[in-house]
Design a protein around this ligand. Structure first.
Ligand SMILES: [Zn+2]
Length: 367
């Protein structure tokens, strides 16, 4: 079932379960619905194929009976009265469509990757991932282990982009620890003798006024700066000025998960994206498609706008563990649906071209 907002049944059910999770008062129930939503979003066949003729649902790992009830409701009626009622009763706004629009289910990702009528980049064109986290902030494994996992996916490079010190909730890395991390990265790189390159990155935090939580001399100490919003993600007011300032900041390479949305939980930043993209195209900052299935930010529809504005793109996993590196495939699927030319996708560039762009962005100034 394909809907006007691009969602299939899997995407719709995952979004609804996330919304149901958000209004639970018990931590255990909240966790259960979230886990079920993630499991359904990851399925590579449609939920319709899980419903038996007798009206029961085939077992899906991590999906319990109350989530199965929602599946049956949606497959039968196209919506869920249960979720509508629960969300309505909780007093949360019912703007669910905006929080779910243009999310791809695992089945749609697989279809977009296999569809050779699409123009965008393929997995074979993808040379390296430019947003991921290690134990230096909120990731689960070391730099060396992330590098090894990227190598085994056939990449030529990756960037370790732990959270900056301005985000204590994600165990942001101090400047002193960042210096230690850089020595660790140099050791890893020496071991690969040019066959693979780990880039020294950071995920800096965009403050409310669009400036970053790191000073210019601190930004200059890293090779690749992903600037991302982590606050003001439920604000109704327009935040165009904030995002324009962010992509105008010297030293920034990538605008990470630009809206900060999450499926079924928050719609993210409202802005005149055309203006933000036009500014980014002028400054040479790449717009990220964050492939985390819960984020998918920006999505293919918004990416079409950024393509028209002339932007560069970064397709990243935002992995916090090696098994999340596959999220890059979700980003590639969106890029294919948006028909992004390979020449505009920085992950598809040879390393020397990527390094040149990184250097030019690092020395760029508006003056
Ligand atoms: Zn982030």
């Amino acid at each position: 079932m394909e809907r006007h907002d691009g969602l299939d049944t899997n995407g719709l059910v995952a979004g609804l379960l996330r919304e149901l999770a958000a209004v639970q008062t018990s931590t255990q129930k909240r966790w259960g619905y979230k886990r079920a939503a993630d499991a359904i979003l990851a399925l590579d066949s449609p939920l319709e194929s899980y419903v038996r003729a007798d009206g029961t649902v085939r077992k899906i790992a991590n999906v319990g009976p109350s989530s199965e009830r929602i599946i049956l409701e949606v497959v039968r009626t196209g919506s869920s009265a249960t979720v509508a009622e629960a969300v309505g009763l909780s007093g949360v706004d019912a703007d669910g469509d905006r929080r779910r629009a243009h999310f791809l289910s695992g089945a749609q990702v697989a279809a977009a990757l296999a569809d050779d009528t699409l123009d965008g980049p393929s997995l074979d064109d993808y040379r390296g991932d430019l947003q991921m986290h290690s134990t230096w902030s909120d990731g689960t494994v070391s730099v060396a282990e992330m590098a090894r996992a990227c190598r085994s996916r056939g990449y030529e490079f990756c960037a370790i982009t732990d959270h900056s010190y301005g985000l204590p909730i994600a165990h942001g890395v101090s400047m002193a620890d960042l210096a230690r991390q850089h020595r660790e990265i140099e050791v890893v790189n020496r071991r690969y003798r040019g066959r693979f390159r780990v880039l020294k990155g950071i995920e800096a935090n965009i403050l409310g006024d669009g400036r970053l939580d790191m000073k210019p001399d601190e930004l200059a100490r890293v090779e690749l700066v992903v600037a991302s919003p982590h606050s003001g993600l439920r604000v109704e007011a327009d935040q165009t000025a904030r995002m324009v300032t962010a992509v105008s900041t010297p030293g920034v390479h990538i605008l990470g998960h630009p809206r900060g949305r999450q499926i079924g939980s928050r719609p993210g930043i409202r802005a005149n994206w055309k203006k933000v993209f036009e500014r980014a195209a002028r400054t040479g900052v790449a717009i990220e498609i964050d492939g985390d299935p819960r984020r998918q930010d920006i999505d293919y529809r918004l990416a079409e706008q950024a393509r028209a504005a002339g932007c560069f793109f970064a397709l990243d996993s935002d992995a916090h563990a090696p098994d999340e590196l596959g999220f890059a495939e979700v980003a590639v699927a969106h890029a294919r649906l948006a028909g992004l030319p390979m020449s505009r996708v920085v992950n598809c560039w040879p390393l020397d071209r990527l390094l040149e762009w990184m250097h030019l962005r690092s020395i760029w100034s508006d003056r």
